[in-house]
Design a binder for this molecule. Structure first.
Ligand SMILES: Nc1nc2c(ncn2[C@@H]2O[C@H](COP(=O)(O)OP(=O)(O)OP(=O)(O)O)[C@@H](O)[C@H]2O)c(=O)[nH]1
Ligand SMILES: [Mg+2]
Length: 250
């Protein structure tokens, strides 16, 4: 069971217009500081926040109850002029959890009207998070042949393919920077990792490594996924044949 909390700035579009045309730099600074604070507050509670198009945030919030969300909401209200809504959903797959959160907001199913929190909360029961951390093998070599912007284009093309592929497995893909992607996964996604790696190898001549982590909280699962990825690198760098996928659980 995965729990997702989706944070969205209230009335952001109309509010941005009040800043006039010379606003882009200010919006970028606001979005970056919001992300920093939201990541800080949720990671302290063993969650992980994913940027969704920079003005929306997805949190894998397994283990958090309504009171945790209210506490974070109060903190954010103290620090920022803008207000955020929180929509919470849980389900067997990450995509369905996103649908539940969406449904909660759309139907105005309030968990706390005062703090603009909508949806359905699972809290501490039945926690299981699976995270897949993908990374391009030896991007450094490509940088010797391709310019920075060409590399970016390649990485974004890969992001589009990954998002589309894993959505068919009811899983959600996020770009983490550099050549790193995290898929908030379920068993279906984990079982199809090798197919995806083969597809990208064939179509784009890119080798991907994938570390998988399974745990009760998002932060622990990401830690294990990254540790798995580093294990693949260690095996490779020791001169042995590397696996494409490595998995750790706790
Ligand atoms: N988000 C995130 N970014 C990382 C991480 N490690 C590296 N990066 C970024 O990814 C870029 C590429 O680094 P690497 O993936 O280590 O370089 P590489 O040549 O592909 O080396 P290998 O992945 O070991 O084959 C770095 O410049 C960082 O921007 C990580 O754990 N998380
Ligand atoms: Mg890499």
């Amino acid at each position: 069971m995965i729990q997702l909390s989706i944070l969205k700035i209230n009335g952001y579009g109309p509010w941005t217009l009040t800043l006039g045309s010379d606003r882009e730099h200010a919006l970028q600074m606001l979005q970056a500081s919001l992300y920093k604070e939201i990541q800080k507050l949720f990671s302290e509670k063993n969650c992980l926040v994913f940027l969704n198009r920079a003005d929306e945030f997805f949190v894998v919030s397994n283990g958090l109850i309504l009171e945790d969300h209210i506490e974070i909401q109060k903190n954010l209200e103290k620090s920022f002029d803008v207000r955020l809504s929180m929509s919470i959903g849980y389900a067997d797959s990450p995509f369905e959890a996103n649908l539940k959160a969406y449904e909660g907001k759309k139907n105005e199913t309030f968990l706390s009207k005062e703090h603009a929190i909508f949806g359905f909360i699972n809290g501490k029961s039945e926690q299981k998070v699976s995270i897949m951390h993908f990374d391009v093998d030896d991007l450094t070599s490509r940088r010797k042949i391709n310019s920075p912007y060409e590399i970016t284009s390649t990485i974004f093309n890969l992001y589009a393919k990954m998002s589309k592929f894993f959505l068919t497995k009811n899983s959600l893909t996020f770009f983490m920077g550099g050549d790193n992607f995290i898929v908030v996964a379920n068993d279906d996604a984990k079982n199809s990792v090798n197919d995806f790696i083969k597809l990208i190898e064939k179509e784009d001549n890119i080798t991907l490594n994938c570390g998988i982590g399974n745990a009760k909280t998002a932060r622990e699962a990401v830690k294990l996924a990254t540790k798995s990825l580093d294990t693949i690198r260690e095996i490779r760098d020791s001169g042995k044949e590397k696996p494409n996928v490595y998995e750790l659980s706790c």
